[in-house]
Design a protein around this ligand. Structure first.
Ligand code: ISE
Length: 339
C-alpha cells in the first residue's frame, strides 16, 4: 500500500513524545522513515528535520498531510489539537497512530468515531502503549485463558516521581488514570460502568492545588471491581503495578524485579524514574506493530472506539472527583463498525 515501499510517516508535534517517536522511527523501527515533522514552533521542526535525510519541516498539519511522501501520520501533539489532525488525516485517507488521548472529551471523540465511520474503514490506532508491554501481554493471555476463572478484581498502582508545573487534579484522571481505564477495559474485555474517587489527606509533598494521592474505583459491565491508587508525587520512582484476582488464583505484574542486588547486608534493585524508560520496549513494539500492519494495508490495536470509551470514563472520573459521588459513565452504544 505504501507508495515508496518504506512507510513515510509525518510526526505531528515534536514535544517529548513526538521527538521520542521521531528517534524511534529513525533508529529502531524497520520499514518506516520520518518523511515530515510538524510543529507550531517552526524553528524546532526545522532543526529536527535537518537531522533526518529526506524529512521536510512544516508548521501546518494540513500541508504535511498533502505531502506526496507522507503515507501515514503519527499524532503526538497536545490532546486539544487531535480532533482537527484526525479529521485532516481522514480527508487524505491516511492511516493514523494517535497518542492518547484520542481527544480530550467524549463529544469530540464521538465526532471522530462518526467521521471514521463515514470514511467506511478503520484508519485510527490509539497509542495506549501498555497493551504492548511484555508483562501486560502475559497477564492478558493468562486472564483470557480462563485458568483462574472469572476475574473478580484488579488492584492497580500508578505512581509518578513528581508532576510538572501546572499538573491538575483533572490531569490525574485524564493523563494518568486514563491508562488504567484502557487496561481495565482491555484486560477484562468489559466496559466501565461507574467511577468513584476517594481523596485521602494529601501528601505533604503534593503541590498546593493537588489532592495527591487519590483512590479511583471502577465498576464494570461484567460485575468486576477495580481500584487504582494514583500517586503522582510519590518521590521515589515510576511504578505501574496490576494484580488480577480470579476465582482460583491471582497474578501480579509490575514488580520491576529485572535484577536484584545483594550487597553490604542489604538486597534491592532499581526503580524506573519515568514512563519513557519503563515503557520503552512497549513503545517500540507499538510503533513497529503499527508500521507492519499499515504496510500490509491493515488497521489494528486500540481503536477510535477505545479512545472514545476512555474519554467518556475520564469525564465521569473528573465529575466523580469533584462531587465525591459514584458517577455512572453513560457510554453510547458501541457501533457495529467497532465490534
Ligand atoms: C503521562 O502523560 C503518561 O502518559 C504516563 O504514562 C503517566 O504515568 C503520567 O502520569 C502521565 O502524566
Amino acid at each position: 500500500m505504501t507508495k515508496h515501499g518504506t512507510l513515510g510517516v509525518a510526526v505531528i508535534g515534536t514535544g517529548r513524545m513526538g521527538a521520542d517517536h521521531v528517534r524511534r522511527i529513525t533508529e529502531v523501527t524497520s520499514g518506516a522513515r520520518v518523511a515530515a515533522v510538524v510543529d507550531i514552533d517552526a524553528e524546532r521542526a526545522k532543526q529536527l528535520a535537518g537531522r533526518i535525510d529526506g524529512c521536510t519541516a512544516y508548521s501546518d498539519t494540513a500541508a504535511a498531510m498533502a505531502d506526496p511522501d507522507v503515507d501515514a501520520v503519527l499524532i503526538a501533539s497536545p490532546g486539544p489539537a487531535h480532533e482537527a489532525a484526525l479529521l485532516q488525516a481522514f480527508a487524505h485517507d491516511l492511516p493514523v497512530l494517535c497518542e492518547k488521548p484520542l481527544t480530550p472529551d467524549a463529544a469530540s471523540a464521538l465526532r471522530v468515531l462518526e467521521a471514521e465511520q463515514r470514511l467506511g474503514h478503520r484508519r485510527v490506532s490509539v497509542g495506549f502503549m501498555r497493551r504492548y508491554d511484555a508483562e501486560y501481554l502475559k497477564l492478558k493471555e493468562l486472564l483470557d485463558s480462563g485458568r483462574f476463572g472469572r476475574t473478580l478484581m484488579l488492584h492497580c498502582k500508578h505512581r509518578n516521581v513528581a508532576t510538572p508545573p501546572g499538573f491538575t487534579n483533572q490531569m490525574m484522571i485524564n493523563d494518568s488514570v486514563v491508562h488504567e481505564i484502557d487496561t481495565t477495559r482491555w484486560l477484562l474485555d468489559q466496559e466501565i460502568t461507574a467511577v468513584t474517587v476517594l481523596r485521602p489527606t494529601p501528601s505533604a509533598a503534593a503541590p498546593d492545588a493537588l489532592s495527591d494521592p487519590q483512590l479511583v474505583l471502577f465498576e464494570t459491565s461484567g460485575g468486576s471491581v477495580v481500584d487504582v491508587e494514583i500517586f503522582v508525587n510519590c518521590g521515589f520512582g515510576y511504578q505501574v503495578q496490576c494484580e488480577a484476582v480470579g476465582e482460583s488464583g491471582s497474578a501480579r505484574i509490575g514488580d520491576g524485579h529485572a535484577m536484584v542486588t545483594h550487597s553490604g547486608g542489604r538486597w534491592g534493585g532499581e526503580i524506573d524514574q519515568d514512563f519513557v524508560t519503563r515503557f520503552e520496549e512497549a513503545y517500540d513494539r507499538e510503533v513497529q506493530r503499527w508500521v507492519d500492519a499499515t504496510r500490509r494495508g491493515e488497521t489494528e490495536g486500540p481503536s477510535a472506539w477505545d479512545g472514545y470509551a476512555a474519554a467518556a470514563v475520564c469525564e465521569a472520573g473528573v465529575r466523580a472527583q469533584a462531587t465525591g459521588e459514584r458517577t455512572p459513565t453513560g457510554l453510547v452504544e458501541r457501533p457495529a463498525f467497532y465490534r
